[in-house]
Design a protein. Structure first.
Lengths: 765, 135
């Protein structure tokens, strides 16, 4: 059976790649070529086996009872002290049994959650488990999928941890929990498998003479250009492109879904002697620094000087990500847990963010809400489970840095997984109370958003919508466009009802296609609303890379600090200049006729002067195409300055918008230098003006009212909004409780009536 | 009643189907095999593989299923219209030309939501076929 063998082999090779231990590049392509080869199945199957044989650590043979016998394969059994190495396992199953395979080792059972690669969530009692880990010099885990599918031969991936360095002899055995037609109520299949093995006195385990590379803690002396200590994202790979610490097993604050780990100046990564490529970055305001390092057995430290190309804070602009999570999505397969503020602050610091809004949401609501205080915090980046860390050989102590106080967290709320979430996910920033009045459970909350928005406003919170573009794609990149979306997901939906009623302040994006995100915003602005737009990440739900993939920069008279830091940041957002995007381009001091204020009154139509200081940085050459199966850049579909590159040049296009339409453009050399730009723009009527580099940065508008006339720039925008309310009702009303539906209908009607009035007030189509 | 894998979120799914599709509150599509296996299928006939769609994200619009072409098997992968209701039933069809075993990789995408971004939206499924025995 060639096809399933090839599929299994390819999947195992991809698994090794995904956990950071890739096999040689040409192996994947050679496997792929076999799919179209015209030779017989038998010949092609033999070729698959021949290609993989050098990387197979263990051959596992399953007999008719489901008992296994393990023998060493051809892969050299080389491990690394205090680290994980991964290998292929070949499973021969001539009796075609079905079941689940595991690799128990040294009585360290049930430690590893195979879905999340995180140890601690399965540890009910670390006091019991830690000594067991410490006693075990060898740990093993299968990197899923772990099912045995009844094929003659299939390939799995095993990851092995060595506590010790040097030569050690050890055994590996495998356990097949055979699927049975009748399930036992008292003994699960794995217990039965153990029982069966106990009845037989045969050798199940294979004996391996492991060569464990000694490793030592390598200290990283990470420095800002000014010499300050700091936290950065470090990606460490050896000459075979293996990641350190291994992604096969990471403990918070190191995340298995990151390529990198976050380390502060003076903190360590355990590494064996060898050659490494180490890259360091601290968010998009820094160019990646790459070092080729040859660590000898007595090496102790690596010095890294970060390369900052932009410093918005020096210009008075302070970054924030209004949408990150400490639980759910990629964090763990038990989303009710997640990580602590001490881990989240490390991630926020490592991305150079000033503010991070950690939003509690549905699946982790009851657990994570304990961290809500209504205050901004900047905790020490302590380890969550130091005893577990030490048992795994991670002996580093958290270090404070000179920049720690420049990053703060604020726990707030995203209404996701709540009864009203169908109408878009509401973000509430700056809450003082996170429980909706009269509710005990999430299920008790309102089934549409307006009451929640008003409750937030009553607390002086800012309220708006997350991942605005979801469900608003209409199959065109045109901006603005007039196609009514289906409102089929959880983006900016009810915002078109809430804004006219004064109940919504912003929407968040910089994650998806600009047309899906910006179109609704432009229409709202075109009929005179002052809705804000923010950049967000929805980390680690939409993007796993880290906080600040999408971000917002707010100009403030002084850095946000202390318990009211978020309130200060939000205050600047409401009243002052700000911009959002991917952080790879920046627009400082955007002004109309010299004024950076959000509102400008002029006496008569005519020319105005638009000025700004713009900086963007792209590498001189476009990056190489990604490997097969790998995403393009860090943002698979969203905002990234690389998508703004004009052809093969290093230029990007700066556009001046008047009422959503580009009226002036200028190419900008994206070499990182700040450049003054100036445009003369004719205004025929009251209008909003903004600057953008599409897919990278967008300013908030400056609203210019001429002779006191309100902005009524597009009758078609008003009509689009009016008609969208109908589409919204069609999509959402069925999810609103019957008891609440009349009030919702009344609000929808009021919104539509407002749009009709504004449509009539518009001077032009 | 068997329980499917948590599918990355939201707890097990009650189903007798061999796979389950879960859309979490953040509109991410997860698909997982359950403990139920697909029995060997007779060649020449279309067979339906059922799956529940547990939709905790209120996602509406099309749910598409993508699968690579595999020799000796035809796939009928219909587009499902998500209603946003907490649970819907779905299915796709397969037909074998010859007795064989295949390893299918299927990807589920809710086009109105996160589309291809979801990292748990693919699964592999072993299917077997045999010649029907007429008595």
């Amino acid at each position: 059976m060639f096809q399933p063998l090839l599929a299994s082999a390819t999947r195992a090779v991809e698994k090794l790649r995904d956990i950071g231990e890739p096999l040689p590049d040409d192996l994947t392509s050679q496997l792929a070529k076999l799919a179209d080869d015209t030779q017989t199945d038998a010949v092609r199957s033999a070729k698959v086996e021949e290609l993989l044989r050098p990387y197979v650590l263990a051959d596992v043979e399953i007999d008719e009872q489901g008992l296994t016998a393990t023998t060493p394969g051809a892969a050299p059994p080389r491990l690394v002290q205090h680290g994980w190495r991964s290998f292929l396992v070949r499973v021969a199953n001539p009796h075609r049994l079905l079941g689940d395979l595991s690799a128990p080792s040294n009585s360290v059972l049930g430690l590893v959650d195979h879905h999340s690669h995180a140890a601690r969530i399965t540890l009910a009692d670390t006091l019991t488990v830690v000594p067991r880990i410490e006693r075990a010099w060898l740990q093993a885990k299968l990197a899923g999928p772990t099912d045995v599918s009844g094929l003659d031969v299939e390939y799995k991936v095993i990851s092995l941890y060595s506590r010790d360095g040097g030569s050690r002899s050890g055994e590996l055995m495998f356990l097949l929990a055979v699927e049975e037609a009748t399930e036992s109520l008292t003994r699960p299949p794995s217990s039965k498998a153990w029982q069966r093995m106990g009845f037989e006195s045969r050798q199940y385990a294979g004996r391996f003479d492991f060569d464990c590379l000694p490793a030592r803690d390598i200290r990283f002396d990470i420095r800002e250009p000014d010499g300050n200590s700091t936290v950065a994202a470090l990606t460490v790979r050896d000459s075979q492109r293996r990641a350190y610490p291994s992604k096969a097993m990471r403990l918070a604050p190191d995340m298995f879904f990151h390529e990198h780990v976050y380390r502060a100046t003076g903190e360590v990564i355990t590494l064996p002697a060898g050659q490494y490529e180490i890259s360091a970055r601290r968010g998009p305001e820094y160019r990646e620094v790459r070092l080729e390092v040859d660590l000898s057995a007595d090496s102790e430290a690596v010095t890294i000087e970060l390369d900052r190309w932009a410093d918005p804070a020096a210009r008075g602009y302070y970054s924030g990500d209004p949408h990150i999570h400490a639980g759910g999505c990629s964090h763990y397969s038990v989303p009710s847990e997640g990580v602590t503020p001490e881990t989240m602050i490390r991630h926020v610091r490592g991305e150079g963010l000033w503010m991070g809004s950690v939003l509690t949401w549905g699946p982790c609501y009851y657990h994570q809400k304990q961290f809500f205080s209504g205050l901004s915090i900047s905790p020490r980046a302590e380890l969550e489970y130091p005893a577990m860390q030490q048992a795994q050989g991670m002996t580093w102590d958290p270090q404070d840095t000179d920049r720690d106080s420049q990053s703060l967290l604020r726990y707030d709320l995203e209404v996701s997984g709540f009864p009203s979430s169908h109408s878009g996910h509401v973000i509430l920033l700056g809450l003082t109370d996170q429980d909706y009045p009269g509710t005990q459970l999430i299920e008790d909350w309102p089934s549409w958003n307006l009451p929640v928005m008003r409750w937030g406003h009553a607390q002086n919170a800012m309220v708006g919508y997350a991942h605005c573009g979801l469900g608003l794609s209409v199959g065109t990149d045109e901006l603005p466009n007039y196609v009514i979306p289906g409102f089929q997901s959880i983006g900016s939906n009810e915002i078109i009802v809430d804004v006219p009623l004064g109940a919504a302040d912003f929407q968040c994006g910089a994650e998806f296609a600009p047309a899906a995100e910006l179109n609704l915003w432009y229409h709202l602005l075109n009929v005179g609303y002052r809705t804000l737009m923010l950049g967000e990440t929805d980390y680690p739900c939409i993007y796993d890379d880290g906080p600040g993939v999408g971000r917002t920069y707010v100009r403030l008279p002084e850095p946000p600090h202390g318990e009211q830091a978020l309130e200060a940041w939000l205050g600047g957002l409401k009243e002052g200049p700000s911009y959002f995007g991917d952080g790879r381009s920046h627009v400082y001091d955007f002004a109309v006729d010299g004024s950076v204020g959000r509102e400008l009154a002029v006496d008569a139509p005519g020319p105005v002067k638009v000025t700004a200081t713009v900086a963007a940085w792209l590498p001189e050459q476009p990056p190489a195409a990604p490997a097969v199966g790998q995403p393009v850049y860090s943002a698979p579909v969203g905002w990234h300055l690389e998508r703004s590159r004009i052809g093969q040049s290093r230029n990007v296009l700066v556009e001046v918008l008047v009422n959503g339409v580009p009226v002036r453009t200028q190419e900008l050399l994206a070499d990182g230098n700040e450049q003054e730009i100036e445009f003369a723009v004719d205004l025929e009527r009251s209008s909003w003006i903004a600057l953008r580099i599409l897919r990278s940065v967008h300013t908030q508008p400056i609203f210019v009212e001429i002779a006191g006339r309100a902005i009524r720039a597009s009758r078609r925008s008003a009509q689009w909004l009016h008609d969208s309310v109908d589409a919204l009702w069609k999509a959402k009303s069925g999810f609103i409780r019957e008891t609440e539906r009349p009030a919702a209908r009344e609000a929808y009607d009021a919104a539509q009536a407002t749009y009709l009035v504004r449509s009539n007030e518009c001077e032009v189509d | 009643m068997a329980h499917g894998e948590p599918a990355g979120c939201c707890g097990p799914v009650d189903t007798a189907a061999p796979i389950s599709v879960t859309i979490n509150p953040e509109a991410r599509v997860n698909v997982a095999r359950t403990e139920n296996r697909v029995e060997s299928l007779t060649i020449g006939d279309w067979h339906t593989i059922d799956f529940p769609i547990v939709n905790t994200g209120y996602v509406t619009g099309p749910l598409v299923i993508e699968g690579d072409q595999v020799p000796n098997v035809e796939l009928d992968l219909p587009v499902h219209e998500l209603t946003g209701e907490p649970r819907q039933e779905g299915g796709f069809r397969v037909r074998f030309d010859v007795p064989t075993t295949v390893d299918l990789t299927l990807t589920f995408r809710a086009l109105g939501a996160l589309g291809g971004l979801a990292i748990h939206s693919s699964l592999h499924l072993i299917l077997r076929s045999h010649v029907a025995v007429h008595t």
